[in-house]
Design a protein around this ligand. Structure first.
Ligand SMILES: NC(=O)c1ccc[n+]([C@@H]2O[C@H](COP(=O)([O-])OP(=O)(O)OC[C@H]3O[C@@H](n4cnc5c(N)ncnc54)[C@H](OP(=O)(O)O)[C@@H]3O)[C@@H](O)[C@H]2O)c1
Length: 324
């Protein structure tokens, strides 16, 4: 694919910043960098331009918690009219001790997916993704299980217990952190990344044939701000221990490189979740084979719940031009 035009969300720090910088050095001719505040993201774009000695960065205000902000960003992109070759949905966060809900009633760690869905579908409807576009969304190893301190909700069991087996209603409850969901920050994060993996699988079935989407865990890169809201056990115990174990931590650049690697993958692996090998948080990425990730009923339930909560649906490619 010709490297040309990319958009990266969550570029004001960490992996989004590192990825945007790498895209410029790789030869992308335009990189739209987004951030919640225009002033901050303008500073980010200026810093990236100075570091890379290129003029390829365009700042764009985008608060994924706020549908009107997503709409304004989309309107700006429509005005530009240039289809994206690479859409990197990187923004995300580990939530803090106190539960935070957006104005739309979405739990804070889940909210970036809702905004990313609104953005992606808006771009598809406006024909603003190139025919061979690649979409990468940030996942994380807790989505597959086996990560200390982070466990995800068993969706089929939760749906059976609280929603008469209705998995869509159960995912909506996870997105909203209720009813019948006890707020446990690390679990909210693991659930958010599991729903991201399911969403990517469901989106892959709906994309036009040349396009592809992947959920990609960047792996452990503790030198970012990702755990700024996290509790003391994670911040002062887990992370420092991880840093001491060889092969358990990597630089933001190495982590962000995974996104760029995935942007070169083919349509044959569209919808898959790529992460470190089992038991690892660094090293090569591989498609994850855990059965719960491939459970089609859960994938579709995640899609339907995201559609309901975001208020934005997209059924199939043929309706693209009519849908906008
Ligand atoms: N670092 C790791 O070890 C690791 C491991 C696995 C997965 N990840 C994933 O990698 C991604 C990047 O994390 P990072 O380590 O680079 O963390 P980071 O340094 O905290 O950067 C996160 C970026 O996302 C933005 N963001 C978060 N929520 C947002 C929202 N609702 N609307 C708009 N922007 C939002 C932040 O903007 P503000 O500054 O305005 O909040 C920031 O620019 C996340 O999805 C994270 O879950 C990270």
């Amino acid at each position: 694919m010709k490297h040309s035009f990319a958009l990266v969300t969550g570029t004001t720090s960490g992996l989004g910043y590192a990825a945007a910088r790498m895209l410029a050095t790789k030869g992308y001719r335009q990189v739209i960098v987004t951030g919640r505040s225009l002033t901050r993201v303008q500073q980010t774009a200026a810093q990236l331009a100075a570091e890379t000695k290129t003029q390829v960065f365009t700042p764009l205000e985008l608060d994924l918690d706020t549908p009107s902000s997503v709409q304004s960003a989309l309107a700006e992109l429509v005005k530009r009219g240039r289809p994206l070759d690479f859409l990197l949905l990187n923004a995300g966060m580990v939530p803090g001790k106190t539960r935070v809900l957006t104005a739309a009633g979405v739990e804070a760690a889940q909210a970036p997916l809702i905004g990313h869905h609104q953005l992606t579908i808006g771009l598809l409807r406006a024909n603003l993704l190139s025919p061979n576009a690649r979409i990468v969304i940030a996942g994380a190893e807790p989505a597959r299980g086996g990560v200390p301190l982070f466990s995800y909700t068993d969706l089929p069991a939760f749906a059976a217990k609280n929603h008469q087996g209705d998995r869509t209603a159960a995912v909506e409850a996870l997105l909203r952190n209720g009813p019948n969901v006890k707020y446990v920050p690390n679990r909210a994060y693991a659930d958010a990344k599991l729903i991201v993996a399911w969403w990517a699988a469901a989106l892959a079935r709906r994309l036009p044939s040349g396009m592809a989407v992947y959920a990609v865990s960047p792996g452990a890169a503790t030198d970012t701000k990702v755990v700024r809201n996290a509790g003391p056990a994670l911040k002062w115990l887990f992370i420092p221990v991880v840093r001491l174990i060889p092969g358990m931590d990597q630089t933001p650049e190495t982590a962000a490189r995974r996104y760029l690697q995935a942007s070169e993958f083919g349509t044959d692996v569209s919808g898959k979740f790529f992460a470190s090998a089992q038991g690892k948080f660094t090293g090569p990425i591989e498609a994850q084979l855990h059965p719960h990730l491939h459970d089609r009923a859960s994938q579709e339930a995640a899609w339907q719940a995201v559609v309901k909560v975001s208020g934005v649906d997209f059924s199939s490619a043929p309706s693209l031009s009519a849908a906008s």
